[in-house]
Design a protein around this ligand. Structure first.
Ligand code: FE2
Ligand code: FE2
Length: 168
């Protein structure tokens, strides 16, 4: 029903999404330990979104009668030198995931696999949002420097567009 190469890449992407989930759980735990509750909440919400992304892909593979082979997930980074470093890692992760989704889209397009291309549209839009919000947070963290409570204030004030929303 869908292209075999695309199917394999989506299985790998399930692993990347679960890795992102674990990474944001680790981010949230580290922020919690640093007594930065707004950042902790923000990253807990991000973690739930990543879990939702993985499960959405598993459902698509099931719905299209594909074999599901979830890869092993690498351990997340658990501690950071600074808030800025933590946010930079999150930003790098979002940029990398965007490239991964684009590569799956390209494989599907090369195979004229319209179902997978259509499925991935949502993820491409989501990545534009996630890179933009991490980019904004990174710029705020850079400006704040050691005054990390300014980052807390920013999140408290701006919130997050999808904060509190159920994982998709
Ligand atoms: Fe994701
Ligand atoms: Fe993400």
């Amino acid at each position: 029903m869908i292209d075999a190469a695309a199917s394999k890449l989506i299985n790998e992407q399930v692993g990347h999404e679960f890795a992102a989930f674990l990474q944001y759980v680790a981010h949230a735990a580290w922020f919690e330990g640093e007594a930065l509750p707004e950042l902790a909440r923000y990253f807990s919400a991000q973690a739930e979104e990543e879990r939702g992304h993985a499960l959405k892909m598993v459902k698509f593979l099931n719905d299209t009668n594909q074999e599901i082979a979830i890869p092993s997930i690498p351990a997340p980074v658990g501690s950071f030198a600074s808030v800025e470093e933590a946010v930079r890692l999150a930003h790098t992760q979002e940029v990398r995931v965007t490239e991964q989704i684009k590569a799956i889209y390209d494989a599907a397009a090369a195979a004229n696999d319209r179902l997978t291309q259509n499925f991935l549209q949502w993820f491409l839009e989501e990545q534009v949002e996630e890179v933009a919000s991490m980019d904004a947070l990174l710029r705020v963290a850079r400006r704040a420097g050691d005054d990390v409570f300014r980052v807390e204030d920013y999140i408290a004030r701006e919130g997050h567009p999808e904060a509190g929303a159920p994982a998709k």
